[in-house]
Design a protein around this ligand. Structure first.
Ligand code: PLP
Length: 380
């Protein structure tokens, strides 16, 4: 058979490290090993009954919808976002509903980036940003966050070039659970004043908070801002694949064109699920937040004070990012040994451009989490 040459873009494309690790965890469990999986990027909660029944009553709605989503959903998202951010310009026409936040990010990069344009990404950062930017032909410019995982505005300013098209911000962050301070955001807005650089604000965790002092990125006066969000994390709707992007109408028009030729409208049942979630409540249930708070406290109880182990106490999302640099130089091997010896699975920091760290998710039930923490503590 004649050998095929696959596209060059595959040379840097690999399966997301978290998904690959999850496969290894499942394999170990299938072989009978007791596994404590703290790698998930999603809440464990089932989809609430009111969402399931709302959707199942409407299965006759099964044709294409407008590419940008059904108007009722776009209107609800726009109303909610206008109030939440205090941004009067957000109208239904500024909302594009997508099949999860990933296509929302991808469409944003495709609509903004020409080949060779640069996007600044503060690190540590979520695994997929780099791939999405590179797939869109952009160049990733990684700039470390400061020691508290706040924005280092001076370092960002130093990395701005005539090719800088966008800066990707994510607060609360995956993988650290940290939020940016209002002061650093205001400083960055000052740095960017009068430029045409766009802030892409990934707000997917912005409703999962353990603090009263959170400043949403889009509220501090950036001139060009794109808001990415969705229902995956706060409403535990990951498998439904439903997210959205909010931007000025020129960008939304461009992105809608891109989505119309690639992914098409988000699946109808998923748009309905989002509508049901918004009708009832657009924040995570209080009960979910209370459970997460208690689990965050459980992690602190077990991991606080361990010699050589450092971490930031997360203000949002559901992750601890463990600083293992005093314990190991190679967090990938360390995580592999931890998994083989104790059954506890964490995601190595290499996946987030942060070797020497590991991400721990605290969404699992109390008993599993406590068991895992005891094993982790003993292993360290
Ligand atoms: N943004 C961040 C920071 C994430 O952690 C994730 C999922 O892990 C996403 C976006 C993607 O969300 P979705 O599953 O809705 O595509």
């Amino acid at each position: 058979m004649k050998e095929r040459k696959l596209a060059d873009r595959l040379s840097t494309m690999n399966e997301s490290a978290t998904l690959a690790l999850n496969a290894r965890v499942k394999q170990l469990a299938a072989e009978g090993t007791q596994v404590f999986n703290l790698t998930a990027g999603e809440l464990a909660d089932d989809t609430p009954e009111y969402i399931k029944s709302y959707v199942s009553d409407k299965l006759h709605l099964n044709k294409y919808t407008p590419v940008a989503g059904v108007s009722e959903l776009r209107t609800r998202i726009a109303d909610m976002a206008q109030k939440y951010y205090g941004l009067a310009w957000i109208k239904p026409d500024n909302v594009l509903v997508t099949a999860g936040a990933k296509p929302a990010l991808y469409a944003s990069f495709l609509a903004l980036i020409d080949p060779g344009d640069e996007v600044i990404v503060p690190i540590p950062a979520w695994v997929s940003y780099n791939k999405l930017i590179e797939l869109a032909g952009g160049k990733v410019v990684e700039v470390p966050l400061d020691e508290n995982y706040d924005l280092d505005t001076a370092a960002i300013a130093e990395h701005i070039t005539p090719k800088t098209k966008a800066i990707l911000l994510n607060s609360p962050q995956n993988p650290t659970g940290a939020i940016y301070s209002k002061a650093s955001l205001i400083k960055l807005a000052d740095v960017l004043a009068g430029t045409n650089i766009t802030i892409i604000s990934d707000d997917i965790y912005s409703k999962l908070l353990y603090t009263d002092t959170f400043t949403p990125v889009p509220t501090v006066g950036f001139e060009h801002v794109v808001i990415i969000s969705g229902f995956s994390k706060s409403q535990a709707l990951t498998g439904w694949r439903i997210g959205y992007v909010i931007a000025d109408s020129a960008l939304i028009k461009g992105m809608t064109g891109i989505i119309s030729h690639t992914m098409g409208n988000a699946a109808v049942p998923s748009q309905l699920a989002a509508l049901a979630a918004m009708e009832k409540n657009d924040t995570p249930p209080q009960e979910t937040l209370e459970k997460l708070k208690a689990r965050r406290a459980l992690v602190l109880k077990y991991l606080h004070g361990i010699k050589g182990l450092n971490f930031h106490i997360p203000e949002g999302a559901f992750y601890f990012f463990l600083d293992l640099r005093k314990i190991t130089k190679d967090s990938t091997t360390w995580c592999e040994t931890l998994l083989e010896k104790t059954g506890v699975a964490l995601v190595p920091g290499e996946a987030f451009a942060a070797p020497g760290f590991a991400r721990l998710t605290f969404v699992t039930d109390d008993k599993t989490l406590e068991n895992a923490l005891m094993r982790l503590k003993a292993f360290i």
